[in-house]
Design a protein around this ligand. Structure first.
Ligand code: SAM
Length: 413
């Protein structure tokens, strides 16, 4: 099996980015049709739960508003280097290089390998666009990806934070804070209020029927990302706006960051999709967007470095194994995440011929962290064994992650 199919299996969330480019094509965003054609995307495969034209229209409206407003806010920052994390398959590289910006697209390796050869020929100033594979929860991967880039940076995050667990969201915020300290600049994101933008759009345009359409949207995202439930402290919940906004601000403050709220209704450019709406739908939509904000996040200079400095894991990933009477003895080092999990999966498929392995013992002495992609793989390994995986010598963080997921058995010796 290829490394590429291994990558798909450990982190299927990248499929959501293909849905986004289909919706951008529907919204007539320049460049999106060419990208969708090059990817050979078919609506049927990507919009499976979006059964009616209105659901697709509602989603396309959210996506168009986000894309065009983000482009406007990035330009308004005045910063010349745009780091799009995650870049997905959007035409932003084309837009930004045409508007005198350097563009650095960061995403999971599986996306970058596919998107780079498609977008490069479409970018007029190819030298000003680059694409690099990262895992946003993995700081060394971000640092390596930006080794030849100079600051300040305008980091744009669109459609990523909702896929993270509490622990992952916290790690990504810490990583972005470190980048802002090293390079200067700002972080712009619509993600904290993505649910408000969705609910506001659907209610304004479809009224009473909006709920069923929203549920269809949510099911699609969950099917594609293998995320069981969306929710972490960075996200504002429509049913508890003041409390969850305060929670997200507190999370940023903990990392020495502060947010300025940019009113979406005030910044929204003219949208192509207005052509498909009645004038009172447009009026209600514009009004509803006044209740949503994009967050412009910067370092809070009042906070000292010592408040926020954080241990950085720097061990490279490594694994060693021996097989003894149908028991696999494995030792892991570094981080088990989207970047490293395919290596473990390849090893597992090589040794577990015909499902012959009955149990696994994992020495975690040098294992520093496990992300959702790592957990997904361990659960898959667990499924194929007759006895629970035994983990030993795990650090407190790894123990907590494993216990939260009810995975395996701890051996304290
Ligand atoms: C909904 S898409 C958004 C993509 C793009 N910004 C857009 O607006 O279409 C989510 C993206 O997050 C990326 N992603 C998910 N987990 C990630 C991680 N740990 N590190 C980097 N990118 C990640 C996926 O590969 C996917 O491209």
């Amino acid at each position: 099996m290829s490394v590429r199919s291994m990558q798909i299996r450990v982190n299927p969330v990248y499929l959501t980015a293909k849905t986004a480019v289909c919706l951008m094509e529907k919204a007539g965003i320049p460049g999106a049709a060419k990208i969708a054609r090059a990817l050979a995307l078919e609506d049927k495969a990507l919009l499976p739960k979006m059964t009616d034209a209105e659901t697709i229209l509602g989603n396309a409206l959210v996506v168009e508003a986000k894309y065009r407003t983000m482009c406007r806010l990035i330009e308004a920052s005045g910063i010349k280097t745009v780091v799009d994390l995650p870049c997905g398959y959007t035409p932003k590289a084309m837009y930004m290089t045409e508007h005198a910006r350097n563009f650095v697209g960061l995403d999971l390796p599986i996306v970058v390998q596919e998107v780079e050869p498609i977008i490069r020929p479409l970018v007029s100033k190819a030298a000003e666009a680059s694409f690099r594979g990262v895992d946003a929860t993995n700081y060394p991967s971000l640092k390596a990806a930006l080794h030849d880039v100079s600051g300040p940076l305008c980091i744009a995050t669109e459609g990523m934070m909702m896929y993270f667990s509490e622990e992952e969201a916290d790690t990504v915020i810490a990583n972005i804070q470190t980048l802002l300290r090293e390079y200067g600049g700002c972080w712009i994101t619509p993600d904290p209020e993505y649910a408000l933008q969705f609910c506001g759009t659907f209610q304004a345009v479809f009224g009473e029927e909006s709920l069923a359409k929203l549920m269809a949207t949510k099911e699609t995202a969950q099917d594609q990302s293998a995320v069981a439930s969306f929710g972490n402290s960075f996200l504002v919940e429509p049913a508890a706006i003041p409390a969850t906004k305060a929670r997200a601000n507190a999370l940023l403050a903990k990392h020495g960051l502060k947010a300025e709220m940019v009113n979406l209704g005030e910044q929204l450019p003219e949208l192509s999709l207005y052509k498909q709406l009645a004038s009172d739908q447009i009026r209600r939509f514009k009004e509803a967007m006044r209740n949503c904000h994009y967050w412009l996040i910067t370092l809070d200079e009042k906070k000292g470095l010592e408040d926020t400095a954080r241990h950085r894991e720097e061990y490279p990933f490594g694994l060693q194994y021996t097989l003894n009477e149908k028991i696999l003895h494995l030792s892991l080092c570094g981080r088990l995440d989207t970047i490293s999990a395919p290596e473990l999966l390849i090893m597992w498929e090589k040794v577990n011929i015909g499902g012959s392995i009955e149990g696994v013992r994992i020495d975690c002495t040098r294992l520093e962290y496990i992300s959702s992609a790592g957990i997904r793989l361990l659960l898959k390994i667990q499924e194929s064994c007759s006895s629970p995986i035994v983990f030993f010598r795990a650090n407190e963080k790894v123990k907590e992650i494993l216990q939260q997921k009810g995975l395996g058995k701890m051996d304290e010796n």
